[in-house]
Ligand binder design. Structure first.
Ligand code: CDT
Length: 361
């Protein structure tokens, strides 16, 4: 598409499938039933893409120190010799149901990846299941793991043990196309010979992040550089803030929750705008066995505003009709990366991890 040409409409109905709390004692079957019920509701509202939270099938277990075999129950096995995660008896029924309704699904889960030598590596992962292709067409492993390897030792400290239970993702930030989501998508076989002419005309370009990743501009930009149109991101975010020792920051619960929501929305709205994409950001929320998780499920427009927002801290479907051509107002102007980016100045982004302050005066 030339930058002066108005892009053709590419409409799609999407939904955030917010989940209320999942308690330690809740069975996988109960949670699956709740998720399938949301899909049923989504089908009645003509939804074609449904996004579920991070670690959707269980309680947010990294808040607990769990050792030995007790940990196994939270993980789903990805064993290439026996088929992928879609074969997991805990997950397959969700995809089977989505297939019967013709709905694509993003869902977060704890992945136990079996290696060739029989050992395993654990990841905090998400999968994108395409109902059109009846298979997983995108996989992501959370890169920015928050928390610590060792539990905090001071009395009353809150634990966040993701660095203990998971390896940082090893797949990078791979955008992919979701087949069959919008009508009339241009395919490779009938595309124009000039690649830029096909921009904004193909099957939707999808990216995935998981929770803490949404706070990292670098992650969004790597997707932005692949022309992302829809970002899917599930999260479990505490409704309070903690100090480095794991204690609650000393402020009123309402003020703390407002601040958490502010940072969440700034991250999603700012990065959607700066990468000119829609984003579907979905909470597991409410109090899990007394541990409060923030809500704030939002669907964000590429211009940065919130299109739809959850009203509860319970299971709730948040539906929006979006038009992917809306991404091109910014992709072709302010954020036409090919015209305006100055990569010669960006070296520190990849060469440096922590901040290095200028020399003292
Ligand atoms: N699950 C997860 O990644 N939670 C983190 C808490 C980090 S503390 C800001 C989050 O970013 O919401």
């Amino acid at each position: 598409m030339s930058t002066t040409e108005a892009p053709s409409p590419r409409p799609v109905v999407v939904a955030a499938c917010q989940l209320g709390p999942v308690h330690l004692a809740d069975s996988r079957q109960d949670v699956l039933n709740r998720m399938c019920k949301l899909l049923d509701q989504a089908a009645r509202e003509n939804v074609k893409l449904a996004v579920f939270p991070e670690l959707a099938f269980t309680t947010f277990f990294p808040r607990y120190l769990i050792e030995g075999e007790d940990l196994d129950q939270y993980f789903d096995i990805e064993d290439p010799s026996k088929g992928g995660i879609e074969q997991s008896p805990n997950i397959k029924p969700l995809f089977d149901h989505a297939y019967s309704l013709g709905i694509d699904v993003y869902v977060g889960y704890a992945e136990r990846s079996i290696q060739e030598d029989g050992s395993h590596i654990d990841y905090n992962s998400s999968a994108y299941y395409s109902a059109h292709a009846n298979k997983i067409v995108g996989k992501y492993r959370k890169v920015h793991l928050p928390g610590s390897v060792e539990p905090k030792t001071e009395p009353g400290a809150f634990q966040q043990l993701e660095k203990r239970y998971f390896h940082p993702g090893n797949l990078g930030f791979p955008a992919f196309r979701a087949p069959g989501l919008v009508p009339g998508a241009v395919k490779k076989s009938d595309a124009s010979a000039s690649p830029a002419e096909n921009n904004g005309k193909g099957d939707p370009i999808i990216g995935m992040l998981i929770c803490n990743d949404r706070r990292w501009a670098e992650a969004w930009r790597v997707y932005g550089l692949q022309g992302i149109e829809i970002m899917c991101c599930g999260y479990n975010t505490t409704a309070f803030q903690t100090t480095a020792s794991g204690h609650m920051v000393d402020m009123s619960p309402d003020a703390a929750e407002d601040l958490v929501l502010l940072h969440h929305k700034l991250s999603c709205q700012g990065n959607s705008y700066m990468n000119a994409c829609f984003s579907i950001n979905v909470a597991k929320t409410g109090a899990e066995d007394g541990n409060p998780l923030v809500g704030g499920t939002i669907i964000v427009h590429p211009l940065g505003h919130i299109i739809k927002e959850a009203k509860t801290k319970e299971d709730e479907l948040v539906v929006a009709s979006i038009d992917l051509s809306d991404c091109y107002r910014l992709k072709n102007t302010v954020f036409a990366f090919e015209k305006h980016r100055r990569t010669e100045h960006y070296h520190p982004i990849v060469e440096q991890t922590g901040a290095i302050e200028p020399e003292l005066l």
